[in-house]
Design a protein around this ligand. Structure first.
Ligand SMILES: [Zn+2]
Length: 265
């Protein structure tokens, strides 16, 4: 996976610029709304320098992070390697399931692990296998929210998620089909690292547009891919975390908060 062109720019003012523009959007959105925000990091399981660096930043700014764990990549040993962060972060970190093997099963079109090419039974088998594996390794630390690889899945898959006991799903903002009742839709709006524009000049306005949409929705979801982050990507992430931590009026949440709030209603 390649990092976005945004982080291959030599313009070091760019990241300060983007952060200032996001701050203006925060102020505008706060005028009419209470704002909530969450950060979600995908493709979690394998320890790495980037993983530790990312976790360190969320701890430094005391901002919650939802971590999307790939079941077939996770092992007891790898889980144990996250212990120091879990001990320091406690409720800051919310661990949930990201696909089963993170494998494409669609013969054509966009990549999906749980797309229309698969039978509901095959989907259910993978989901319950993944869920059992993570429950065995992670125990009560597993939250029953699902992030499908590539942010998309079929209606059958969402029905099977419900059957397997999941209560929420996180895809891209505007994803179809609409999530069925009983499966809370918790979309991400902002793609920090895997956006596809050809240049930083093209990336900047579309990235800001995503922040605007997210902040205006009242629940801004921000997606990270730590594995492909470079120094510039860590710089922008740190600016953003510093910005968000400075606004107490923005409630920084995890799926645990969103799901339990739902249950209490
Ligand atoms: Zn992924």
């Amino acid at each position: 996976m390649k990092i976005s062109t945004l982080y291959r720019s030599n313009d070091y003012h760019l990241f300060r610029d983007i952060t200032d523009a996001v701050e203006k959007q925060i102020r505008a959105a706060m005028a009419d709304n209470e704002i909530k925000a969450f950060f979600r990091a995908d493709d979690i399981a394998v320890p790495s320098e980037n993983f530790s660096k990312m976790m360190g930043l969320f701890l430094k700014y005391q901002i919650p992070l939802c971590l999307a764990v790939v079941p077939s990549w996770m092992t007891k040993k790898r889980w144990e390697a996250t212990a120091e962060f879990r001990e320091k972060g406690k409720a800051l970190f919310c661990w949930h399931m990201h696909g089963y093997r993170h494998m494409n099963h669609e013969p054509k079109g966009k990549k999906q692990e749980f797309g229309p090419a698969r039978s509901p039974q095959a989907v259910l088998n993978d989901l319950t296998r993944g869920q059992k594996r993570l429950q065995t390794i992670m125990g009560k630390d597993l939250t029953q929210v699902f992030t499908p690889p590539w942010n998309r899945c079929s209606m059958d898959a969402m029905m099977m998620l419900k059957k397997a006991g999941f209560t929420g799903i996180s895809r891209s903002h505007g994803s179809l089909p609409v999530a069925p009742e009983g499966l809370e839709d918790i979309p991400v709006h902002v793609d920090l690292h895997t956006r596809k524009e050809k240049s930083a000049e093209e990336s900047r306005p579309t990235l800001l547009e995503e922040f605007k949409t997210g902040l205006a929705s009242g629940m801004c979801g921000i997606m990270l891919h730590h594995m492909c982050m470079n120094d510039q990507a860590f710089l922008l992430l740190e600016y953003l975390l510093e910005l968000f931590s400075g606004y107490r009026q923005i409630k920084k949440v995890t799926y645990d908060y969103l799901i339990s709030k739902n249950e209490n209603q």
